[in-house]
Design a protein around this ligand. Structure first.
Ligand code: KG4
Ligand code: ZN
Length: 343
């Protein structure tokens, strides 16, 4: 039996290519956090293959679950709720987590909590420190690029989003054209630190007052530059291409985040999602906010990419508000963040 008054959530994340289970105490303390990555299996295809992802999740989920419980030295009966990523993500991948969570919650008579994947990325930051509202989150992942305003826990207002590619998607596509392995983000990041911004790629500012983003023009500009150089037999240095591409992405992300933070007079700015691991972005944000009283929070690298600890952190908010998900919950690849927040 449980020895104290703390609340424990067992959380599951299987939306893309990581099978992850975590146990979180009171929404802010990681008791265990196990992640089985499938990156190696998808590498030779240059991206995530949905069918392969689903199959790996099925193979891994029980092992990862057992490992998370073993590391925590706890049993499912000691949990207060079971949280799981309900969406967005790959439907076949999400289904594995959702059905595991439902089975556990039903068998052990625990509340079931569906969590929005992006709410999870945002709440990864609360595993480090408490939030100050109003808060602005720059969400930059493989599937999302958004500026999210939060006035209170569990509530999300999307004030800007990408009109085409997500930042991570642009990184991965450019990397692929450059012949770099999947996932391309970390590779470009590594090369960018060895080069400088010499190619002057475009910055998509869009309308002056817009907090939306666009990366497809930049992606095409980089790909065209690479093709033209190849046709003319000119050898472009990978480091220069990577540094120039990264400078363009980072400048727009940082500047729009800064402007939005000022306009909405937020107390805290956080970054979330896989691209939050980017060295250039982390440095540029620190620089831009260095003279401001706004608190800037940058999560540790292990909490930037997909994990279940973040799902437990977000799930705790729903638990505290008494929001449960019923047995009819299904994987929802198109789950909307604002709608999720107004449940
Ligand atoms: O959040 P995440 O793990 O999965 C999604 O929810 O999409 O993000 C994965 C994305 C990939 O596109 C990957 O290339 C990118 O994050 N990424 C990076 C870095 N590390 C991961 N992008 C730029 N620089 C990095 N250091
Ligand atoms: Zn993610």
């Amino acid at each position: 039996m449980k020895k104290n008054q703390s609340k424990y959530i067992l959380a599951i994340e299987t939306s893309c290519d990581e099978t992850a289970v975590a146990i979180i105490e009171d929404g802010q303390k990681i008791i265990s956090n196990v992640v089985a990555s499938q990156i190696e299996s998808h590498k030779r295809f240059g991206g995530v293959v949905p069918e392969i992802a689903s199959r790996h999740h099925v193979e891994q989920i029980t092992l990862v679950l057992e490992e998370a419980l073993n590391q925590a030295k706890m049993s499912i009966d000691e949990m207060d709720a079971i949280a799981v990523t309900e969406g967005p993500g790959l439907v076949g991948a999400l289904l594995v987590g959702v059905n595991t969570a439902k089975a556990l919650a039903f068998a052990h008579q625990k509340p079931l909590i569906g969590v929005h994947h992006i709410a999870g990325h945002i709440y990864a930051n609360r595993l480090e420190e408490e939030f100050l509202f109003p808060l602005l989150a720059l969400v930059v992942s493989g599937g999302h690029t958004e500026l999210v305003l939060m006035r209170e826990h569990g509530q999300f207002e999307v004030i800007g989003e990408t009109r085409d590619d997500a930042a991570g998607e642009a990184y991965d596509k450019v990397a692929r054209t450059m012949g770099l392995p999947y996932p391309g983000g970390p590779e470009i990041d590594r090369l960018a630190q060895l080069g400088s911004d010499t190619l002057d790629f475009p910055r998509a500012w869009l309308e002056e007052d817009s907090f939306d983003f666009s990366f497809s023009g930049l992606k095409s500009a980089v790909i065209n530059t690479l093709h033209n150089a190849k046709q003319k037999g000119i050898e472009l240095k990978k480091e220069e291409v990577a540094a120039s591409f990264q400078a363009s992405v980072v400048e727009v992300l940082v500047e729009k985040t800064y402007r939005a933070a000022k306009q909405y007079q937020v107390k805290q700015v956080i970054i979330a999602g896989g691209v939050a691991a980017n060295t250039g972005l982390r440095h540029a944000l620190k620089d831009r906010f260095s003279k401001e009283t706004i608190k800037l929070s940058i999560p540790p690298l292990r909490l930037c990419t997909d994990n279940a600890a973040m799902i437990g952190a977000a799930g705790m908010i729903a638990y505290q508000k008494g929001i449960k998900t019923d047995w009819a919950m299904n994987a929802n690849p198109a789950l909307d963040l604002e709608a999720y927040g107004s449940r």
